[in-house]
Every structure is written in C-alpha cells, then in structure tokens.
Design a protein. Structure first.
Length: 578
C-alpha cells in the first residue's frame, strides 16, 4: 500500500517541479493571481490561516529560468521510462502490473515529449507556472495552475486508460473530481478546474471532510488571504516571491501531544481518524512543549534564481537567545572566499572557535543544571549536563585552541577495474592559536611526520612517503603564524601555499559555522562506470542528463539572531569538460 501511495503521489508532485509560483496562464482570466502588489493568489482564500505547513508563491515562476531545463527533464523522463520497461521485461512483470507504476510509466512517456514551451502547452501545463502545497489539518493538498484544462484532462484520461487505473468520478457541489483508492486506508482526490489542478490525499476516515475543504465546499474561518504571514516571511528574510513557505512546529507539536487544542480544521481531521495523543504526564507534556516553543517555526524560500544558479534559504527560528549565543562561537573558516570550494570534488569546512563552543555548551548545561528536567524521558539530558563541565576540562589545550578548518578534495583517481582510489588531490587547513603545539601533538601519533620541522612562513615541506598508503602521493605540510596546512597530490603544495598567502592578505572573513560542498557532475563521472551507467543501460541517459544539469552544490549552516540558518546553492548547467 505504501509503495502504491508513494508512486501515485509522486506522479502529481512531478507536475509541481519547476512550478513555484503557479498562476493562470496569460490567456486565462485574472483569477489565480493579480498584478497589484497588495493582492495575493486567489487560492489563498482556500488555504487555512492555521495550516500547519505551506509552500507557495506570490508571483509566477519566471519562464526564462524554467525553459533551459525542459529538454534535460524530457531526456530524464525518457531514460526513466526505458528503465521501467527494461525492469518489467527482466522480471517478467507483465502479469502483475501495478496500475500506479503503469501510470507513472505512461506519464514519463508523455513528459518526455515536452521538450519546449510549446510542448508544455500541448500537455495543458501553464507557461507561467505557480503552485502551492499546504495542509488541510496534517494532510497535504497541492494546487498547480494549468494553461489549458481540457488538454490536461485529455492527457490524464490517456494515462488512466494506459495504466488500467481504477477511477471513481465523484462530485462536491458543482465540482467533479477523481477518486483513487489506495487499498482501504488512503484515498487520493484529483480535481481539474478551468485553471487549476488540485490534488490531495487523506486517510479514508477523514477523506470526505478533507475533500470538502480541499475543493472549497467548506471554508476556513480565516484564510491565508486574511493574514500577511507569507508576505512577512518574504520581507523579513529577503526571499524571492516565487516560493515562500513555513512549517508551524509548535502548532503541529501542540496538536500531536495534546498540549494545546488544535485549530478547528485540524481538530476535525484528527477526530475523523480517531487520533489519540500519546499518554504522558502533564509534566512531560509541558517539558516537550517547552522545547518545541524554543524552535517554533521553520521558514524557507528562494534567495537567488537564474538559469545558472539556484539558492535556497531555510531558517529554524529560535527563541531565548540560543541561536544568538551560538553565533558568538563563530571563527573565520580558512580558504572560504577562495575559488577552491567552487572547483572542488568534495569539501567540508568548520568556522567555529572550539574554546568559545566549549563555553557555549557549558552555558547550556548550566541552564539545565539550574532547572533540571522532571520528565523521565529527559533523564539522559540531565546526566549529560551534569557531566559537561567535567568533560570540558579534559579537552587538551591544543584542541581548545582550534579556530576553524577546511578540507578540500579537488580530484580522485580510481582504478577502472577495482574502482579503488589510486590517488587524490587535496588541501586541508586548520586555524589554531598555537599551530606549533598542534604540530608537536600530531607528531606523537603520526610516525610519518615525526622529526618534521616547520617554520611559520607558509613554505611547504615534503613529507616522507607512506608505504602503506601508495594513494597518498606527494604529501606536504606548511605552517604560518596561525594555520597548519597539509596537501596531497602532485603540485597541490603550490595550491596550499597560495591559500595560506591569500588568507593572510584577506584577513578575517564573515563565514558560516559549517560548510559542505560537492560537484555533482564530477561525482557522476566517477560513479557512473562503477554502477554500469553507460552503454546500453537506459539509466545512463538519465545520469548523463543530470550530470550536464547540476554543478557544484554548496550547503552552509549559520546562526543569527533569528535562528539556525541553512543555505544551499546549486550551480546549474556548468561548463562541460572542466
């Protein structure tokens, strides 16, 4: 049942890919979105102001951003359909065909033909796409605008016929909708209006009331059109209007634990499925909620969007000064502003002053010690807090003096038969208040650098070869007044020296607390032969398309007065052959 549910729901989610925002197409009535700055999409009136989560748009998604992806997505869908057919033949799947999988296969075949704006039009999809995903209670609804409702319904009918999918046609007020049953437990509703696709699913017990809200027969007492929550989030975090959203952690937790009454719609949904809050004491319930109240909401949205770059920001909002105090532990991350990260195969960085982090953790432990948890579920937290001060005193000075690090692998050479690493090119830098002591401590545990003498001048020194690690070629180390660095790979010592010199010239940098980066194309280039993703393998085409589409991914974690911030950026359609 779960497999079929995931297959069917993912079909409709495909229609939302690239669809944030999603207004009516230019030749439709100005019904889904107005041009006036003080107006919002008309479907905001259908979204409860108390929805536990929503991800939506205020303006149509820019077509100049979406258009370059169309051909690549079509190639991926074609590869997926070929792969599914190959699996069916390989496993003699024909007699046991699952209608959900057949529907997916038919959809891939349809989408593989849509390689341009004109192709999207022929399928009935909007050329000014916009969408919303939100909750009626806890159960999801997705709305996607259509350019030609009749054309889209024709495509859907073709898919259902090819898949042999059992469909029940039902009606709420004047709106007809399709009902798909997932065994006896879950039902999916799909409605096509003159300008929108609306789809959602809920447990069977709550389905009829869910559909009534989903299709507007029942209205929320207050809707998203009556409040400015989306606009406020967009303005506060400087998000683009194409996709903005949030998840109400406190609201969800309050209803789930029974600590707070659910809003009217959520309460009716939970009552319909006979939901019972977990049994716990009032003390435990209150302490659980006190934790959730310190991180009440997650917000997210685009901050950059172009055919070449996508950047998304998500913020776990916090209360009580936690994130603000965490931000005080920051230290400059070495080599952050260099181009090394953007051309890396893989990189990881830390921008934390260890001594300040120890102080931050001790302060958090002291707060727990002053007011210990009474709920048995948090007994381990109390114990950890009591031991925190003792453990922090055991941290050796050379560790507590660390103030940031960066490790970058720019390339990996694999044996084409065994796929074991033959060599790799890498640079690592560690900031320290006392790099000389750090080196001496490392020499106690690493025999191959014992006796190595470095001066704090940034000049690389060659290390002894390591017989047990032939893949570690041309190892070097260098040191300046506050950094210890190492490199591996022929010529990488020169890169290390440049980084040390550039770091000193640039001075302190405004860097995140953590960073992880990798180049998707380079990863696929190494992994494809390992998994046979070439030749006649149909999945090879999909991976090849993805390799051309996706470049460097960079994820960062930071802390501000507002909360814990996660940013990721993805370079799109990188130059080939680099």
């Amino acid at each position: 049942m779960i497999r079929r549910l995931l297959l069917l729901s993912s079909v409709f989610c495909l229609l939302a890919v690239g669809s944030f925002g999603c207004a009516s197409s230019p030749d439709k009535k100005d019904k889904a979105l107005t041009a006036a700055e003080d107006r919002v999409p008309a479907y905001f009136e259908e979204i409860p102001a108390t929805t536990p989560y929503v991800f939506t748009s205020l303006e149509p998604f820019p077509m100049e951003v979406l258009e370059p992806y169309m051909k690549t997505y079509a190639e991926m869908y074609d590869s997926l359909s070929q792969q599914m057919k190959q699996q069916q033949q390989q496993y003699n799947y024909q007699p046991q065909r699952d209608p959900g999988e057949e529907f997916m296969l038919a959809l891939f075949e349809e989408l593989s033909k849509a390689r341009s704006i004109e192709g999207y039009k022929q399928l009935g999809l909007s050329t000014r796409p916009q969408a919303a995903i939100y909750g009626i209670g806890w159960f999801p609804v997705m709305r996607v605008s259509l350019g030609n409702a009749k054309a889209f319904e024709g495509m859907l009918s073709r898919l259902e016929t090819k898949a042999g999918l059992e469909v029940q046609m039902r009606q709420v007020a004047k709106q007809t909708y399709r009902q798909y049953d997932i065994e006896d437990e879950i039902k999916i509703a799909l409605a096509i209006t003159d300008s929108e696709l609306i789809v959602g699913f809920a447990p069977t017990q709550a389905f009829d009331e869910f559909v009534a809200y989903m299709l507007g027969q029942k209205k929320p007492a207050r809707s998203l059109a009556d409040v400015n929550v989306i606009q406020d989030i967009q303005a506060k975090y400087s998000l683009l209007p194409y996709a903005v959203g949030y998840a109400d952690i406190v609201g969800i937790a309050g209803a789930a634990t029974g600590a707070a009454p659910a809003d009217e719609i959520t309460a009716s949904m939970l009552q319909a499925i006979d939901y019972k809050a977990p049994q716990m004491t009032e003390v435990c319930r209150g302490e659980y909620m006190s934790i959730f109240e310190k991180m009440p909401r997650v917000v997210m949205g685009y901050t950059e969007l172009s055919p070449e770059l996508m950047e998304v920001t998500a913020v776990l909002e916090t209360e009580g000064g936690f994130a603000k105090d965490l931000a005080q532990t920051a230290a400059p991350m070495p080599a952050y502003s260099s181009d090394l990260v953007d051309k890396s195969f893989f990189a990881v960085g830390l921008g934390v002053d260890v001594q300040k982090m120890i102080g931050f953790l001790n302060n958090q432990a002291a707060r727990i010690n002053q007011d210990p948890f009474q709920c048995p579920d948090f007994a381990q937290w109390n114990q950890a807090a009591q031991q925190a001060t003792m453990y922090s005193q055991l941290v050796p000075p050379f560790v507590s003096s660390l103030r940031g690090a960066m490790a970058v692998v720019t390339d990996v050479q694999l044996d084409q038969q065994s796929f074991q690493p033959q060599s790799f090119d890498a640079v690592a830098l560690v900031e320290s208040g006392d790099p000389m002591t750090l080196l001496s401590q490392m020499q106690m545990y690493i025999p191959h650098i014992q006796g190595l003498s470095l001066k704090p001048n940034g000049v690389p020194s060659a290390l002894k070869a390591v017989p047990d690690a032939p893949w570690l070629q041309s190892p070097h180390m260098a040191m300046d007044k506050d950094t210890l660095a190492a490199s591996a790979g022929v010529g990488m010592q020169d890169e290390m020296a440049v980084l040390l010199e550039g770091k000193n010239a640039a001075g302190a940098e405004d860097t995140p607390l953590m960073l992880i980066a990798y180049d998707y194309g380079k990863f696929m280039d190494k992994l494809a032969p390992m998994y046979g993703m070439g030749g006649a393998n149909p999945m090879g085409g999909m991976f090849s398309s993805m390799q051309k589409m996706f470049g460097t991914f960079v994820g960062e974690v930071d802390a501000t007065d507002d909360g814990i911030v996660l940013r990721y950026r993805l370079n799109m359609f990188p130059p080939q052959g680099n």
